[in-house]
Design a protein around this ligand. Structure first.
Ligand code: ARG
Ligand code: ASP
Length: 712
C-alpha cells in the first residue's frame, strides 16, 4: 500500500470511529468540562459550570432521583417535581380504590391541603461529587488476592463515609466506576415528605399502555406532578402537616417552543445500568440464555393476569401496576434480543475481541494475553447456575404468596432460637404485621394459584418439565390444598394469628403451615445451592471484567471513555430527530393529538379516549401550545443515549430550558444498554407543550400554571 493510501486509510478509520461514537455516552456532570467543546459545537449555549457546580446553584440542583428507579426535576420555586406518570404509577395505584379511582379519573389537588402524601416515596439530590479512587484503593497492592483487596476497599469506603458524614449533614455513598477501576463519593440529600399534586387519568398518562410500550410512534402523556415538603429550615423531614414546600436552589424553565426538529438536545438524569463494555460471551449469555427463559415465564404470567384484569374493575386496579411491571421488562428483553441481532452485536463484539487479542498478544509482555479466554471459561462455568437462578426468579418467585411468606420466615424460625432477643422478635413482629394490609389490598388468591400451577414447569426440548418434586401426582389439587390450608392466604386468619404470636409460640402456630414449609424449603435450597455459587462466579467475572475494562482503555488510549451507567447522575446529548428503522420505513420525530384520536378504540381499554380531551381536540382549543402548523404535539424522539432509570429525566435544549421529559426508547434501539447505534437508538419524550396543555386546558389548574416559569 502506498504511503498516501495508508494515511488516507488511517484518516478514514478515525473518522468512522469518531462518527460511530458520535451520540454515544452517559457523561458524569462533574467532569463535563471535557465534553463542553463538543456540546457547544453541537448547539449548547451554556457552560459546563452552569450545568454542574459544586458551590454555586447550577442546573444539577434541579435534577432529582425520584423514588428508587426514576428521575425527575424541579419546575418551580416551591418544590414542584415533574416526572413520569409511570414513575408515580405505584403511588397513584396505592392511593386508588374503587371509590377513588385516580387511575381511571386522574387527580388534581385544588390547593396545597389537597395534595396527597405518598408513603415511602423519596426524592433526592446530589450535593457534591468527590473522586475518592486513591482513598478507596489505599493499601491494596497488585500482588494481593482479590478477597484481601476487596476487604481493604470495603474498609476504606466505610471509613471515608463515616468521616465525611461526621463533617456534614448529608448522606454519603461511594460508587464504583469503570467496573471498579475508579470510585466517587456522592453527598446526597433525601426528602421523605413527597405528595401527589396532579396526575392525568391513565387514558392519557398510559395511553397505548403495554401495547404501545417500547415503540415509536407514541401518544402517551406520561407525566405526573409531585411536591417535595421540608421542615421550616428547608431540610428533609418525615411527613408532617406542618412541613412546608421545599425551595430548591434551582428549577428548570419550560420552553414554549417545545422540541424542534434537528435541534441540539441533552438529558440530565439517573440512568440505571448499562453493560457497554461487555464481551461477546457476556452478551450471548444474556440474549440467548437469560432473556429467553425470562420471556417465556412472563408470557405465561401475563396470559393469566391480563384476562382477569379485563373482566373485573377491582382486579384491574389491584393488578395494573404489577402487570405493567411484569410486561415492561418482558417486552424490553424481546427488544434487546431483536436489536442485538439487528446490529449483529455479537459478531461486532467478536471483531473487537479479535483486535483486542492481537494487541494483547504483545502489549506489556502479554499482560492481558489470557484475559479473554479466562472470561470465556468463567462465563461457561456460570451458565448452569444462571439458568437455575433465572428459573428461580422468574418461575419459583412468580406467585406473590412466595415472597410474602418468605418475609415471615425469620420470625417463625426465631421461635426455636434461644439466643434470639425478645426485643428484636417484637420489632420484627410489628414490621411484618404492617405488611399484611397492603399485601391483601392487591392480592387475588385465584390468580396467584393459577400462576403457581402454570409456572411450576419449564420448557426443555419442547417438553414441559416440572422442576420441583411434589409428593402428590395430582399437582393442581395439591396446590389448591396448600393455598386452602395455609394461614397466609387469609387476611383475617393471618392477622388473628399474628395478634396472638409470641416468641414462645410462633413456631407452633406457623411451623406446619404448608406454604411456610414449602417456602422455607425452596429458599433453603436456593440459599445453599444456587445463590452463593453464583455470587462467587459473578465476583470472578467482575474482577476479570474490571481488568478487561482497564485493558480496553489502555488499548484505545485516545478514545474518551465514559463509565457504564450505575444509577448515578449523568448527561447524554444528541439531536431531536426522526428514525429510519428498516428498509423503506421512516418515522417522523413528532406525534400529535390527531394521531392519538386516530388510535381510538373503545373496545380496548388502552386506546379509549377521555371525553374532555376529545372536546378540547374537537374545538382545536390548543391555546399557545400548538406547534407552527397549529397541531398539538404530544411526543418526540431524539438520539440521546438513555436507559431504564432515565425515565422522568428533563430533556433540555441548548439554553438548558426544558423541552420534554424522557419516558421510553424506540423498539429498534432497546439494546442501547449493550450497544448504542446512533441510527437506531432513540429516546422518547413527552413534549412539554402537551404537559402544559393538560395542566392548563384539561385540568384547568391555574394555580399550578402560575408556579411555572414558561419561556419562549
Ligand atoms: N418502557 C418504559 C420504561 O421502561 C415505560 C414503562 C411503563 N409503561 C408500561 N406500559 N408498562 O420504564
Ligand atoms: N422507561 C424507562 C424508565 O423507566 C426508560 C428507558 O428504559 O428508556 O426509566
Amino acid at each position: 500500500m502506498s504511503v498516501k493510501k495508508i494515511l488516507l486509510f488511517g484518516f478514514f478509520a478515525v473518522f468512522v470511529l469518531s462518527k460511530s461514537l458520535a451520540d454515544e455516552g452517559m457523561w458524569m456532570p462533574n467532569l463535563l468540562e471535557k465534553r463542553q467543546v463538543d456540546m457547544q459545537n453541537k448547539g449548547l449555549k451554556i457552560s459546563a459550570n452552569d450545568i454542574y457546580h459544586e458551590i454555586q446553584p447550577s442546573l444539577k440542583d434541579a435534577v432529582v432521583r425520584f423514588g428508587t428507579g426514576c428521575s425527575g426535576s424541579f419546575i418551580s420555586k416551591e418544590g414542584l417535581v415533574l416526572t413520569n406518570y409511570h414513575c408515580g404509577y405505584g403511588q397513584i395505584q396505592a392511593l386508588s380504590s374503587v371509590q377513588n379511582d385516580y387511575l381511571q379519573h386522574g387527580f388534581w389537588a385544588k390547593n396545597r391541603h389537597e395534595e396527597l402524601p405518598c408513603a415511602g416515596l423519596t426524592v433526592s439530590m446530589v450535593v457534591r461529587t468527590i473522586d475518592v479512587t486513591d482513598a478507596v484503593k489505599a493499601g491494596t497492592t497488585a500482588g494481593m488476592s482479590e478477597l484481601e483487596a476487596a476487604e481493604i476497599r470495603r474498609r476504606n469506603t466505610r471509613d471515608l463515609i463515616d468521616e465525611i458524614e461526621k463533617q456534614t449533614e448529608y448522606k454519603a455513598e461511594v460508587r464504583a466506576f469503570f467496573g471498579g477501576n475508579q470510585f466517587y463519593l456522592y453527598l446526597t440529600e433525601t426528602f421523605e415528605d413527597v405528595r401527589l399534586v396532579g396526575t392525568p387519568p391513565s387514558s392519557i398518562g398510559k395511553f397505548g399502555g403495554d401495547v404501545d410500550n417500547w415503540t415509536w410512534p407514541r401518544h402517551t402523556g406520561d407525566f405526573a406532578l409531585f411536591r417535595v415538603y421540608a421542615d421550616p429550615n428547608n431540610k428533609p423531614a418525615k411527613y408532617s402537616p406542618n412541613n412546608v414546600p421545599y425551595q430548591p436552589k434551582k428549577h428548570f424553565k419550560i420552553s414554549l417552543n417545545g422540541a424542534q426538529e434537528n435541534e441540539f438536545t441533552w438529558i440530565f438524569g439517573y440512568p440505571g445500568r448499562t453493560n457497554l463494555y461487555l464481551t461477546s460471551f457476556g452478551i450471548r449469555q444474556i440474549t440467548e440464555i437469560e432473556n429467553p427463559i425470562a420471556i417465556h415465564a412472563r408470557t405465561k404470567r401475563l396470559d393469566i393476569i391480563r384476562p382477569a384484569m379485563e373482566q373485573d374493575q377491582k382486579t384491574r386496579i389491584q393488578y395494573s401496576a404489577k402487570a405493567a411491571g411484569i410486561s415492561n421488562a418482558w417486552k424490553r428483553w424481546q427488544g434487546e434480543n431483536y436489536g442485538i441481532q439487528r446490529v449483529d452485536g455479537i459478531a461486532k463484539k467478536e471483531g473487537y475481541e479479535k483486535r483486542f487479542q492481537e494487541w494483547a498478544n504483545t502489549f506489556n509482555n502479554g499482560q492481558y494475553r489470557d484475559l479473554l479466554s479466562e472470561l470465556k471459561t468463567a462465563y461457561d462455568e456460570m451458565e448452569p447456575l444462571l439458568i437455575q437462578n433465572t428459573i428461580f426468579n422468574e418461575h419459583v418467585l412468580s406467585p406473590e404468596i412466595v415472597n410474602f411468606v418468605n418475609q415471615f420466615v425469620p420470625l417463625i424460625k426465631s421461635s426455636s432460637d434461644k439466643n434470639f432477643p425478645t426485643a428484636t422478635f417484637n420489632a420484627v413482629l410489628s414490621r411484618v404485621k404492617g405488611l399484611v394490609t397492603p399485601f391483601f389490598k392487591d392480592f387475588n388468591v385465584d390468580i396467584d394459584k393459577q400462576i403457581f400451577k402454570a409456572l411450576s414447569t419449564v420448557e426443555i426440548d419442547c417438553e414441559q418439565v416440572r422442576f420441583i418434586d411434589f409428593p402428590d401426582k395430582n399437582f393442581d389439587k395439591y396446590v389448591d390444598e396448600m393455598y386452602a390450608k395455609s394461614i397466609f392466604t387469609n387476611e383475617k386468619k393471618l392477622n388473628d394469628a399474628l395478634r396472638k404470636s409470641k416468641k414462645s409460640n410462633v413456631g407452633k402456630v406457623f411451623g406446619n403451615d404448608p406454604l411456610y414449609v414449602y417456602v422455607n424449603q425452596i429458599f433453603s435450597m436456593y440459599n445453599a445451592m444456587i445463590s452463593p455459587a453464583l455470587r462467587e462466579q459473578r465476583a470472578l467475572i467482575d474482577v476479570l471484567q474490571r481488568t478487561y475494562m482497564q485493558a480496553q482503555m489502555e488499548m484505545e488510549s485516545d478514545r474518551m471513555f465514559f463509565p457504564d451507567a450505575n444509577s448515578t447522575i449523568r448527561i447524554a446529548y444528541g439531536k431531536v430527530e426522526g428514525l429510519t428503522p428498516s428498509d423503506a420505513v421512516t418515522y417522523r420525530f413528532q406525534t400529535t393529538l390527531s394521531g392519538l384520536m386516530a388510535k381510538e378504540n373503545p373496545e380496548i381499554f388502552e386506546f379509549t379516549i377521555n371525553d374532555k380531551l376529545r372536546d378540547l381536540y374537537n374545538n382545536k382549543d390548543f391555546g399557545v401550545y400548538a406547534n407552527a402548523k397549529g397541531e398539538m404535539p404530544i411526543c418526540f424522539i431524539a438520539s440521546n443515549h438513555t436507559i431504564g432509570g432515565n425515565s422522568g429525566s428533563p430533556v433540555l435544549n441548548g439554553n438548558g430550558d426544558m423541552i420534554g421529559i424522557n419516558f421510553d426508547r424506540a423498539w429498534e434501539g432497546t439494546m442501547s444498554g449493550f450497544m448504542f447505534d446512533p441510527k437506531l437508538c432513540r429516546n422518547i419524550s413527552v413534549d412539554v407543550r402537551f404537559i402544559l396543555f393538560i395542566i392548563d386546558k384539561f385540568a384547568e389548574s391555574n394555580h399550578i400554571m402560575a408556579e411555572l416559569e414558561v419561556v419562549k
